[in-house]
Design a binder for this molecule. Structure first.
Ligand code: PA5
Length: 395
């Protein structure tokens, strides 16, 4: 389903690439890293076994079937990005989904203008239940529902951590952080409401979880990628670019960007995630990637089957062939310019693949926390800005 092509890393001079031996050397750490991760008692790779949650979600979806035309997600950061990503990559077969992950009043008004409140379900998603952006959005739309004479409880569903005052219908387990929560009800409920196959999402994640827990370097894809990212950072490659050749995966780069930045960027350490899109950015940032500072590592994502193909009418060339050829052009030019890059080969985008991709990058992040010796699961910088905002609002 997902495989890596590491050849370009191995062919570069050692200042910019990695030899098979360097990677093999790192492999001695797998066991101790897995033990440390277990000690963090994190649930992101365990929640995917909770059959009860799946049943509750499926039963809720049946209960509301046909009742709503629009689903509005009120949440931000890890409470919104996974759903946004699923929406953009796989689309909704059911109601229209709106992800309101900002408080710009013009954005709120634009989204609200599309709603018929009578036919709208609001999902209020917040692990802490305290995030001011989400609270403000909830308060705004609760007033609208009240003013329209509609029943509050029929239009609002809360997904929160166990200890909030919001009376959650679905609980986010205490040991699953916001940015790791896409495979809990946070992402699964919206996905099921979109008509996606959440069991296939979970299946893909479980398969990748087996890889994440493998003590063998050759079968542990998350460890391999984390090792590559860390070892290259030691060679000054601290800017990490994710560049899918697939429009629908642009949203995945946003989900990944938060996960990497918020998990590893601490104690003066970290990797700066940069999102790019092929072929569009070949005519933009590609110049910098090829000839700017050699401080970047590029992950190119290639999707073999884009779900549809179209003829260009330039000879027999199809758009998929053109896109893949352009990708090859980028990869070869980067390698020629001694820019470290790898290609992730993905067969197609479906629920199973997305589940596997989420778990792959969550696993990588957990291993990166170990390599960098930081706690990948807290976010003191984010909390500080939240606290200061509260203080300012109360002063
Ligand atoms: O990953 C995180 O912890 C954050 O990005 C949170 O998801 C974000 O700050 C929103 O927090 P909450 O879900 O508590 O509303």
């Amino acid at each position: 389903m997902i495989s890596f092509d590491l050849r370009n890393l191995h062919t570069l001079p050692s200042a910019h690439g990695l030899s098979g031996e360097e990677l093999e050397n790192a492999s001695s750490k797998i066991l101790s890293f897995l033990k440390n991760i277990e000690q963090h008692d994190q649930g992101f790779y365990k929640v995917i076994d909770e059959e009860e949650t799946l049943k509750e979600i499926e039963s809720f979806v049946k209960q509301v079937e046909g009742k709503f035309d629009d689903i509005m997600i009120l949440g931000i950061g890890g409470s919104a990005l996974g759903t946004y990503c699923l929406l953009e990559t796989l689309g909704s077969n059911g109601p229209l989904i709106h992800v309101l992950d900002n408080i710009d009043p013009a954005f709120i008004a634009d989204e609200e203008a599309q709603l018929d409140l009578k036919r709208t379900l609001f999902l209020v998603i917040s692990k802490s239940g305290k995030t001011i952006e989400t609270r403000a959005q909830y308060s705004y739309f609760a007033k609208k529902i009240e003013e329209s004479g509609l029943d509050h409880d029929e239009h609002f569903v809360f997904i929160t951590g166990p200890d909030t005052e919001l009376n959650p219908k679905f609980i986010i387990p205490e040991n699953v952080g916001g940015r790791f929560s896409v495979l809990t009800a946070v992402g699964l409920l919206p996905a099921a409401l979109m008509g996606l196959d959440i069991r296939a999402l979970i299946k893909g994640a479980q398969t990748m979880r087996d890889s994440f827990l493998s003590e063998e370097f050759s079968t542990n894809l998350p460890f391999q990628l984390a090792a590559i990212q860390f070892l290259l950072s030691e060679k000054g490659k601290n800017q990490h670019v994710m560049m899918p050749y697939c429009q629908r995966l642009l949203a995945f780069t946003e989900w990944w960007r938060q996960l990497l930045a918020e998990s590893i960027g601490k104690e003066g350490k970290g990797l700066t995630p940069i999102r790019a899109l092929g072929a569009t950015d070949q005519h933009s940032q590609n110049q910098l990637y090829n000839e700017g500072p050699n401080d970047k590592f590029l992950m190119i994502l290639k999707i073999a089957d884009l779900g549809i193909d179209l003829p260009t009418h330039l000879d027999d060339l199809t758009f998929t062939e053109l896109l893949h050829t352009e990708m090859e052009g980028t990869v070869q030019s980067l390698t020629k310019n001694e820019r470290p890059n790898i290609t992730l080969n993905i067969e197609r985008l479906d629920e199973e693949t997305m589940g596997a991709l989420f778990m792959l990058f969550e696993g990588i992040t957990a291993f990166l926390g170990e390599f960098f010796e930081v706690n990948a699961f807290d976010q003191p910088g984010v909390e500080l800005s939240k606290q200061i905002t509260f203080q300012l609002l109360n002063s």
